[in-house]
Structure formats: structure tokens, C-alpha cells
Design a protein around this ligand. Structure first.
Ligand SMILES: Nc1ncnc2c1ncn2[C@@H]1O[C@H](COP(=O)(O)OP(=O)(O)OP(=O)(O)O)[C@@H](O)[C@H]1O
Ligand SMILES: [Mg+2]
Length: 480
């Protein structure tokens, strides 16, 4: 629950609009906000909300996006135009990348997927009311709603990502996307372009890791006829093709040093020449760069220019590896099943729960790309319509993936620790360490052996003891 307001006078005056057609949401918000010392103003539809905004001085509004007969987002845009200093938080039960990005582009304060808990509301209100009163411009343009969302996933990391895309899309800021292989860097770049003011212009990608370095310069800058042997025609480079649109410099970490300087010049001067040409070409492109490499390491090894790094890293986006957002896995699997059945014209498939558990437990070193390929090949080989545990690739069927417990070693150890520590404190024992170790040792070693498939060498290494010591321990503890 809300803590008692520190500055009662200010908070008593704060009126908060809640626009939601769902009575239970209005009820919860009513209670939560009143208990916090605010004045809730409740509306079930847009006309009612308009009236409330007209008659009261409302500082903050919670707006449901999916209102019957009205698009909550367009209503939000309308309100923001009329009341530029109103802070809005949009809520939705069908949270998708599209709605999040569009909402953030409209200049809303934040985006709240349902179901939410009361603590989240409290935190949001507190955060919103810390924003000084000011006149905010309403940002963005509305982009065409795509048939399907490009990016899928509802983990916290993905929701933050959608917000970042929404914040940066309509600006011309240079974006640097960093993340492991297969995490969706290119898809993010495309989404930014698609939601930008340049969406009707070209999205031009160049993969610096895939093009031999001697060809890359002419790929980027283009060349005049006769510029070098084999240059039989004038060729427009990617810089020219992207001129009004977005240039995606993929795997920028692989760009050769000499080209990095040339690129830097273009970024600074917004002008360049084709190879073998004299004409100065002006460009107005937006740059998005991506890499799976650690650019700091490259800078330390003199493989990447510091000045170029700062030029590119204006708006950084870091995308988490899939293993750090496992709750996205079932959603992604479902997404790829649907996509696969359209693309490959195979019937709908379902994944049995046991198999889904393994897919979710697996660490996916190749991230979403690996997951997508796995789902596709499962769909092709599957005839029954149900993807079962034993149809999964063997490399997925490790003890870790098959185990029910996703409890970490640390959690196991701490669980075991609590009681001996309590006992020792109670008994004033000075044998605490020995007692704790004896309690923790057995489950720890046994769990590690299970997880390494009884690989004693690996287990010993993880424990930081030698193999003989481990053998002795296995014997004295009677582990089998
Ligand atoms: N959030 C997501 N939702 C749906 N599909 C995704 C998502 N992220 C990635 N994908 C899919 O996974 C594959 C890999 O994505 P992408 O090529 O964008 O990743 P990347 O980070 O550029 O990978 P690489 O480092 O291998 O170039 C693509 O087929 C893409 O469509
Ligand atoms: Mg890529």
C-alpha cells in the first residue's frame, strides 16, 4: 500500500484520471489511489473522460488502450494535444510490440501491460509525479500498423526494448545495438526504421562481416566507371542508396580500420565521393549499427576507433540473451509454430508440456535464431501434430534441461544453510563452519554431479578442488 504522503498538501490536490471500461480495474485503481491520498477520477469511456478532463485539473491519466468503440491510443494523442502537460500511462491487456512502440512514440509517460499489481501502480504514480510540470510536445507520427508484429516477447527486457524503440524511432539519433548472435539485432533495426519518419524510404543493410574487406569500400561508397579494373559501370553504393532512409551497418565490429576512418568522415560531414569520382554527394541518412562483439575490447586491441564508437553510440540498445529472459521462450515457440505453418504450408503443431519444459530450460547459445531453426526442423520432421519430448534434438536432452528444478546452486545452498546457522546461533556454537559445510557439502556435490552428468573432472573444477579430493568425498558421503 502507499506510504502516507510526505507532502500532504501537494498530494491532496493531485487528481488522477482512470479511463477503463473494466469495472474491476476502476475499482482497484479507485481504492489504490484514494489510499495513496490522491483524488481518483473514474471514467468508463472516452466521452466521460473528456468531461472529467474539462472540469478538473488532472495531472495524470491511466488510459486503457482497448476501449470499446474507441482506440485508446488515438484518444491519448487527442488528450496530449489538448493538455500538453498531462502525464499519461497507457494500459493494455493485449500488450504487443506495436502498441508499446506506438504508445511511447505518442509521448506517453509509460506503458503498463495488464495484469499489473498494486505495487507497480504505486511506483508508477510516484515516478510520474516527480516529473516537473512542463509543456511537452506530442511526438510522433503514426506508422502503418503492420500485419504482424516483428518482435515477439513479453519479458521485462522485451518490454523495455519496445519502449526504447518507441522513444528513439521518430528521432534521427544514431543507434548502436549490441547483443549476442541471434538475439534479434537486425529485427530491432528494421523495427526502428519501420516506426520512424523514414519508413517510406529505403532500409539499406550492409553486413561488414560478410563482405570481403577489399570489396566493402565500393559497396559502401559506390564507384565510377573505370575506377578500378572490373568497374565497367557506375555503381551507387549503400551510402547513396540509403540517402533519405536508414543505413544499417551490421557487424560494425568487423569493419576494417581504414574504412572506419572513412565512415567517420561521412558521419561528420554528411558528404562523400564515389570511388574514382570527384562529385561530392550529400546524404541525409539515419545510421543504425549493430554488433555481437564487445567494442570496448576491440578498442583496447586497437581494432576499433574510439571516436567512431562515440559517434555511433548515441542511443545504445542492449538486447539480453534468450537465456536471461526464458519466459519469452514459450511465446516465441508459439510464434514460430504459427509462422512456420504459414511459410512451410504444414499443419498446425502443438508442443507437449514436457517438451516445452526442455525447450524452456535449454540455454540457447545461438539465441532466437537457434530456437527458430529448431522449431522449424521439428515441424518438418513431425507427422503426428504433437511435438513430443523424444522428438527433440538429443543435445537438448541434458539432465539440466530435463530436471524439474530450475533452482540454482546458490538457492540450494542457501536453503540448506539457514537451519545450521540458526542452530549455531542458538547453541552459541563455535563449530558453525564445520557444521554448515557438512550440511551443504552433500547436496552441493550431488547436484553438481547430476548437472555435469557425473563428469568428475568438471565437478572438481567447478568446486575448485582436485579430482582425488572429490573421489574421497564421493566415497565418504556415499554418493552414487
Ligand atoms: N523477439 C523476436 N521475435 C520474433 N522473432 C525474432 C525475435 N528476435 C529474433 N527473431 C528471429 O530470430 C532470427 C535472428 O534474428 P536477427 O537476425 O535479427 O538476429 P541478430 O542478432 O542480427 O543475429 P546474428 O548475430 O546472427 O546476425 C531471425 O529469423 C528473426 O526473425
Ligand atoms: Mg544480424
Amino acid at each position: 500500500m502507499f506510504k502516507q504522503p510526505e507532502n500532504k498538501q501537494i498530494q491532496e490536490q493531485t487528481q488522477i484520471l482512470v479511463l477503463d471500461d473494466e469495472p474491476s480495474i476502476r475499482w482497484v485503481m479507485d481504492r489504490t489511489l484514494s489510499q495513496g491520498g490522491y483524488i481518483p477520477r473514474l471514467a468508463a469511456d472516452a466521452p466521460e473522460a473528456r468531461q472529467l478532463l474539462k472540469n478538473h485539473s488532472i495531472r495524470l491519466a491511466f488510459v486503457d488502450i482497448n476501449l470499446p468503440g474507441q482506440d485508446g491510443l488515438s484518444f491519448t494523442r487527442e488528450m496530449l494535444k489538448k493538455y500538453p502537460s498531462l502525464l499519461t500511462i497507457v494500459m493494455t491487456g493485449e500488450s504487443t510490440m506495436y502498441t508499446t512502440v506506438e504508445a511511447m512514440k505518442s509521448g506517453v509517460f509509460d506503458y503498463l501491460p495488464k495484469p499489473f499489481n498494486i505495487e507497480e501502480i504505486e511506483e508508477l504514480v510516484r515516478r510520474a509525479l516527480r516529473v516537473p510540470l512542463k509543456i511537452k510536445g506530442s511526438a510522433g507520427t503514426k506508422s502503418e500498423k503492420p500485419d504482424d508484429d516483428l518482435l515477439t516477447g513479453q519479458s521485462k527486457a522485451m518490454r523495455e526494448l519496445y519502449k526504447s524503440i518507441g522513444r528513439v524511432a521518430a528521432t534521427d539519433l544514431t543507434v548502436l545495438i549490441q547483443g549476442e548472435s541471434g538475439t534479434g539485432k537486425e529485427l530491432i533495426a528494421r523495427s526502428i526504421h519501420r516506426h520512424s519518419l523514414r519508413s517510406s524510404q529505403a532500409f539499406v543493410a550492409i553486413n561488414c562481416a560478410a563482405i570481403p574487406s577489399e570489396l566493402m569500400e565500393s559497396e559502401l561508397f559506390g564507384h565510377e566507371k573505370g575506377a578500378f579494373t572490373g568497374a565497367t559501370e557506375r555503381k551507387h553504393g549503400k551510402l547513396e542508396l540509403a540517402s533519405q532512409g536508414t543505413l544499417f551497418l551490421d557487424e560494425i565490429g568487423d569493419m576494417p580500420m581504414n574504412l572506419q576512418s572513412k565512415l567517420l568522415r561521412v558521419l561528420q560531414e554528411k558528404q562523400f565521393e564515389r570511388l574514382g569520382g570527384k562529385e561530392l554527394i550529400t546524404t541525409d541518412m539515419r545510421i543504425i549499427a549493430a554488433t555481437h562483439q564487445n567494442l570496448f575490447h576491440l578498442i583496447q586491441n586497437s581494432q576499433f576507433r574510439t571516436d567512431l564508437y562515440y559517434r555511433l553510440n548515441v542511443f545504445p540498445i542492449n538486447i539480453a540473451p534468450l537465456r536471461e529472459r526464458k519466459e519469452d521462450i514459450p511465446v516465441l515457440v508459439e510464434h514460430f509454430l504459427q509462422k512456420g505453418s504459414k511459410e512451410m504450408a504444414v499443419g498446425r503443431k502443438v508442443v507437449e508440456p514436457e517438451a516445452m519444459k526442455v525447450l524452456t530450460n535449454y540455454e540457447w547459445p545461438g539465441n532466437i535464431r537457434e530456437l527458430e531453426n529448431t522449431v522449424k526442423s521439428l515441424m518438418i520432421t513431425n507427422v503426428t501434430g504433437t511435438i513430443t519430448l523424444d522428438s527433440l534434438p538429443k543435445n537438448l536432452l541434458t539432465p539440466e534441461c530435463l530436471s524439474d528444478s530450475t533452482e540454482s546452486l546458490e538457492e540450494v545452498a542457501f536453503g540448506k544453510l539457514e537451519q545450521p546457522v540458526k542452530n549455531a546461533v542458538e547453541l552459541n556454537s563455535n563449530l558453525l563452519l564445520a557444521e554448515v559445510i557438512s550440511q551443504v557439502e552433500r547436496p552441493l556435490i550431488s547436484l553438481l554431479l547430476q548437472q555435469t552428468n557425473w563428469n568428475q573432472q568438471r565437478t572438481a573444477r567447478i568446486l575448485g578442488i582436485n579430482r582425488n579430493t572429490l573421489r574421497k568425498k564421493i566415497k565418504t558421503l556415499g554418493l552414487k
